[in-house]
Design a protein around this ligand. Sequence first.
Ligand code: M6R
Length: 614
Amino acid sequence: MCGIVGYVGVRPCLPVLVAGLRRLEYRGYDSAGVALVDPNSALQTAKKAGKLQVLVDELEANPLQDAVTGIAHTRWATHGPPNDINAHPHLADDGKLALIHNGIIENDRELAAELEKEGIRCVSDTDTEVAAHLVAKAYRETGDLTEALRQTVLRLRGAFTLLVTHQDHPGLVVGARRNSPLVVGLGEGENFLASDVAAFVEHTRTALSIGQDQVVTITPEGVTVTTFDGTPVEPETFTVDWDASAAEKGGWGSFMAKEISEQPEAVANTLRGRLTEDGTVTLPELDVLRERDIRRVVFVACGTAAYAAMIGAYALEKFAKIPASVELSHEFRYREPLVDSHTLVVSVSQSGETMDTLMAVRHAAENGAATVAICNTQGATIPRESDATIYTHAGPEVAVASTKAFTAQVVACYLLALYLAAEAADSSVKERVEISTALLAAPDQMSEMLGVGERIAEMAKWMADTHSVLYLGRHVGFPVALEGALKLKELAYIHAEGFAAGELKHGPIALIEPGQIVFVVVPSPRDPASLHAKVVSNIQEIRARGARVIAIAERGDAAVLPFADEVIAVPPAHPFVEPLLAVIPLHLFGMELAMAKGLDVDQPRNLAKSVTVE
Ligand code: M6R
């Protein structure tokens, strides 16, 4: 959840580190800090509670001396409140070593007690500080910073990316990772370490991903990677497939606004080169599945990604005729799920680092399942540990709440369904051609949907004081309702619930009272399963009890007009394309309502983009 950057090179590194932190601020924004090492000065640090700007102001007021080596951190608090003392970097007892950390060290209390017996007291509430003292102690014994970090990580339990720098070693930063991300950026006469390529992509797009339980040492001249036990490792190099401008606002008021508007392009990129109108899917990355006799698909994911997976599961059964289900990753592992070599476990994760999902994938692999990742982030841990990966190619998603990742994930699930459908004897070619043609037209229809922005902004203004909003949908509209509700909670801090419309009479209808705002995702009147009539009945039921109904319905759907206070029109589309269209006004609504309340839509309170702790 925290953001980590390290730099060694020839130029003054503070601006490089601060720019890196800006790009990582989405990972955590309750405090930030830097530590700099230079041959001409002692170790210098600065750290402040609050957003990165507070640190930047502090550095302007009390500048540090130029240095060519440094580490920097933006925090999402787990142990101890966000204050200056708990902010990273943490210094060792001798004041010569600085350390930053992402993750949770589970045995910090017992290590702190052990250190205390030796007269070393932790001054912060964090689980991190013990690691700084331990590395310094091992360094005093070995005189080798890399070896000292290696010895320390063997004593830690939990999840961590650690970076250390030492006053005696300008031009050297050492990192280690277990269950938490770390990538290297390879420059000319300079090298970078970061939790995400975004931190260094403006300097280099050539990267190395550091694997599980590995230690990395960077100098301006080179990079050395070993396992925790010191065995040399040849890391995998990759080229980042987007440039720095993709992670900038580019004239938009917020990343959220930009990313919502990028959804048509994100979906087009997910589809590019992979699907033709006759239903042919080109996904050579899935060739490894040809050996497997897949009889069941289980999606594992959290939050928005789980809603995308729900739609994916409907598609798997519809097109590939394979039983499919979705589980929240954090529930999956702990209920001893029955998976075997005929099970395909598909993880869906924008970041590819979500710890709950990573653990679910590992559990599946240990039990013999095939694993496929649907992921947006190159070099991330979940793709590294999966048998195959379908990258969504949606481009960097910087706003903490997910939007374009959702639609891209849905489409990637469809590609998987159509890929598996080609192997299924009972799959309908006609249906596959219909959905493929419709999907290829979807980006244009999504662009059309973005035209509702102004109207949604007007609606949000008169709803800014509302305390509760409900969302209803059926079939693929149900996960859309869940996603709409999650966006409103996350962005506008308004209580919101999504329900399957069919569930209404089984309880939630008790919530309906005069004035209650209810968004209803209405299936097309042409829907072959006759769900349209059922949803219109649901609308009548809530309207009769005084609810204010906002229907998201197919353009020209006359049946909803008499019962809806507002109708947001969706162009006629294939039932499986409808979610890609209906979700856009809901994303816009969450954002607009948050803006109407004067909230920060890119960095909502308490959240972090990448949830790397369980
Ligand atoms: O990176 P992931 O897709 O694995 O993240 C999963 C969820 O944490 C994420 O979708 C979360 O629910 C977002 N805040 C939704 O906007």
